[in-house]
Design a protein around this ligand. Structure first.
Ligand SMILES: [Zn+2]
Length: 421
């Protein structure tokens, strides 16, 4: 009997933990910017040059460790060093405090009530609250990381770009798969709290995904990406999954992301940060559209909206292809069809419409997989490709959408395929 009771208890405990997202929150504020490497000068003695070189090497190792291990696994409390990516010669001293309640967070921020906070700090508080929302609980059902660390980085006092040019990039929101960083300066404007909440949904979705992006420059030479950028197939899939989760959590985000797909951008293959802007989707090739995160997010969203229990089906296809770490959207679409054969025709129609009918028949079958229904669809293709995407363009007259070229993410350049933002 005792054994049975223990088994029941264990089962329920597992069930409860699967339904509830487990986060460990740390609030950190910048205390100072410090120079960690002195430049090597021509007239330095050989000994001085040697010492400076050794120090540079030691700091490079410490940076790797801090960024790759400490932040993700054991952030710890008290005064800590946060290494800069933008300037390898500087680091920040941050004061970090673990917080388990809103009261503790406010206390760590040094205020008695939230009315004393600036917009960026309010956004950090909103992130803490959002972690207990239904949207996050829904995502957590398919989580596999026992506890995700969330660093709430308060850059207040260091937001003057002329004095601290690297702060924005050095604290830019990202997910490493194990930990999420959110920063106040990215949301320091009225309404920033809503955007920060949506970013949490996005970053947490990355923590549910073990897909390896392309190993070399998944987001292009500048290592960062726009929400309407044409990148790599797997990188686009990874971002689309995160954006899709934002879409199902917020209608405003859904509208914004659908809008983004209309006009794309692509980075030069030879010059970092050099972009071709305002590429109309109609002018893109099928290959470009298949590498557009906005289009892939739209595809997942349409599968959700246009099939019965669509979200459950998308989630199931996502989790059951999880062990294939080299998956892309085609992997998920094929699995979706296998698991829901009755939806095959509607999936074909959605794929064809999202990619504007630009795939060749061969490309199309390769994307959705070959079976009698998909082959029959291809036979009649052309009759089915009238663009019904417009139906999905929700009335945007009442809601402001973000500009299509707004930079929403910066990749941290650790080279870790899980690391993302
Ligand atoms: Zn992302």
């Amino acid at each position: 009997m005792a054994l049975v009771l223990v088994s029941v208890f264990c089962f329920q405990a597992t069930k409860a933990s699967a339904l509830e997202a487990k986060f460990e929150f740390y609030y950190q504020s910048i205390e100072e910017v410090k120079t960690i490497n002195e430049p090597i000068k021509e007239d330095d003695s050989l000994w001085t040059k040697f010492k400076k070189t050794v120090k540079k090497g030691t700091n490079a190792v410490k940076r790797l460790w801090e960024k790759g291990v400490t932040r993700n696994i054991a952030p710890g409390e008290g005064e800590k060093t946060w290494y800069s990516e933008g300037d390898k010669n500087i680091a920040y001293t941050v004061k970090r405090t673990k917080v388990t309640s809103e009261a503790e967070l406010l206390s760590a921020m040094g205020v008695k009530s939230e009315s004393e906070l600036n917009d960026g700090q309010k956004a950090l508080l909103a992130v803490f609250r959002k972690s207990k929302s239904q949207a996050i609980a829904d995502e957590a059902k398919i989580g596999y990381i026992p506890t995700v660390k969330v660093l709430l980085s308060d850059t207040t006092g260091f937001d003057d770009k002329s004095k601290y040019p690297n702060v924005t990039k050095d604290f830019w929101p990202y997910s490493s798969g194990l930990a999420i960083n959110m920063s106040s300066n990215n949301y320091n404007y009225p309404g920033g709290d809503k955007d920060a909440e949506s970013t949490l949904v996005h970053e947490y979705a990355h923590c549910l995904d073990a897909t390896f992006k392309e190993f070399k420059n998944p987001y292009g030479l500048d290592g960062s990406h726009y929400g309407n950028e044409i990148t790599g197939k797997r990188a686009a899939f990874v971002e689309a999954w995160a954006e899709y989760n934002e879409m199902i959590a917020s209608e405003d985000e859904a509208k914004a992301i659908l809008k983004r797909s209309e006009s794309l951008c692509e980075e030069s293959k030879t010059e970092a940060g050099s972009y071709t802007w305002n590429i109309k989707q109609e002018d893109c090739t099928a290959d470009q559209l298949m590498r557009s995160e906005a289009h892939l997010a739209k595809l997942l969203y349409r599968l959700t909206m246009e099939t019965d229990n669509g979200k459950e089906k998308v989630y199931k296809a996502f989790t059951s292809t999880r062990l294939n770490v080299f998956r892309d959207m085609s992997t998920l679409v094929k699995k979706f069809i296998k698991q829901n054969p009755g939806d095959t025709e509607v999936v074909c129609k959605i794929v064809d419409e999202v990619f504007l009918g630009k795939m060749t028949d061969e490309e199309f079958l390769d994307y959705v997989g070959k079976n009698d229904v998909t082959k029959a669809y291809v036979e009649n293709r052309g009759k089915n490709t009238e663009d019904e995407n417009a139906e999905l363009e929700l009335d945007s007259s009442t809601t402001e959408v973000t500009t299509s070229n707004e930079k929403i993410n910066v990749e941290n350049s650790s080279g870790n395929p899980f690391s993302d933002d």
